[in-house]
Design a protein around this ligand. Structure first.
Ligand code: F3S
Length: 298
């Protein structure tokens, strides 16, 4: 697979970046959800996802039409219901509480995230201090924090290391292990770990940015460099899509981060001959196709 030219006519080119759309973790979570829906059909028992299964309203609404509901706290479902943990994962305590409070727990945590949980859990029990380079408000990072006693030091800006609360924890650490949110921008990882090593040269680093994220960012950078405009499709609350838009904007100032084709206006592409398209890990194929169709009409 490589970047794909989806349209070429009268000097105008539309290129879809390699790795656009659903990643392995999201695809698997959706497959598990659909399989559970089939198994529970006609049983009178309900199927829930713990939070929206992916950052895409169309997909979430479609599932809702098929009876899938969203729950946000353990114990808020019927005792015989199925609950699906989404690819972001959850803290250990939430996983245990869900297991105790529902009929069947289906863990669709992405294997890349699960690997970080294990790293954090092991390091915590060995007495090491965990640093998570990522967004403290993101469910994935909160989940990782929950596997190390909610004691992780979390930041995504090198300057934040100097916060008194962070320094207090890091200064008393015997050993430090730094991991990354899977969707982190590689430049942010490099800048934050450089700052960490400057103060704590013996800190251990495990760059856990997932391969789907890094190859997607590399591909969109490559397409953005040769494009007059870039369209990045995906939820505004989707971390990986936001990173893609940031990466594209660095080399292609005319970058549009949209959630659906309705947000595009023809006038915004005046004078553009080469248009690139990429999409986040939660963006379905049909949304990418609608954007391509719109761009072809320009
Ligand atoms: Fe998993 Fe990476 Fe997707 S962590 S959910 S494969 S973006």
């Amino acid at each position: 697979m490589s970047d794909r030219i989806v349209f070429e006519k009268n000097g105008k080119t539309i290129t879809l970046a390699e790795h656009s759309g659903f990643c392995y973790g999201v695809k698997t979570a959706l497959q598990k959800t659909l399989k559970t829906v089939e198994e529970y059909e006609g049983t009178g028992r309900r199927v829930y996802t713990f939070g929206p299964i992916i950052h895409n309203d169309d997909v979430v609404n479609d599932l809702n039409m098929r009876g899938v509901q969203i729950c946000s706290a353990p114990g808020s479902t019927e005792k015989d219901a199925a609950v699906i943990i989404r690819s972001h994962g959850v803290p250990a305590s939430v996983e245990a509480a869900l297991r105790d409070s529902c009929g069947q727990l289906i863990d669709a945590t992405c294997p890349h995230v699960k690997k970080i949980h294990r790293l954090a859990d092991d390091a915590y029990h060995e007495g090491r201090t965990i640093v998570v380079i990522g967004d403290a408000g993101h469910p994935e990072v909160q989940g990782i924090d929950g596997w190390c006693g909610n004691e992780a030091v979390i930041f995504s800006d090198p300057a934040e290391i100097e916060r008194p609360k962070n320094l207090a924890r890091l200064n008393r650490a015997e050993e430090i292990l730094a991991v990354a949110q899977t969707t982190l921008n590689r430049n942010v990882w490099d800048a934050c770990t450089e700052a960490l090593l400057r103060r704590y040269p013996r800190a251990q680093l495990r760059c856990t940015i997932c391969s789907a994220t890094s190859s997607r960012q590399t591909a969109c950078r490559r397409v953005a460099e040769i494009s007059d405009a870039m369209v990045v499709i995906g939820g505004r609350n989707s971390s990986n899509t936001t990173r893609l838009a940031e990466v594209c904007a660095l080399t292609c100032p005319r970058t549009f981060h949209i959630e659906s084709v309705d947000e595009l206006e023809a006038t915004a592409f005046a004078g553009c001959r080469r248009i690139g398209v990429t999409a986040g890990a939660s963006t379905p194929e049909n949304q990418i196709a609608s954007v391509e169709a719109f761009l072809k009409t320009l």
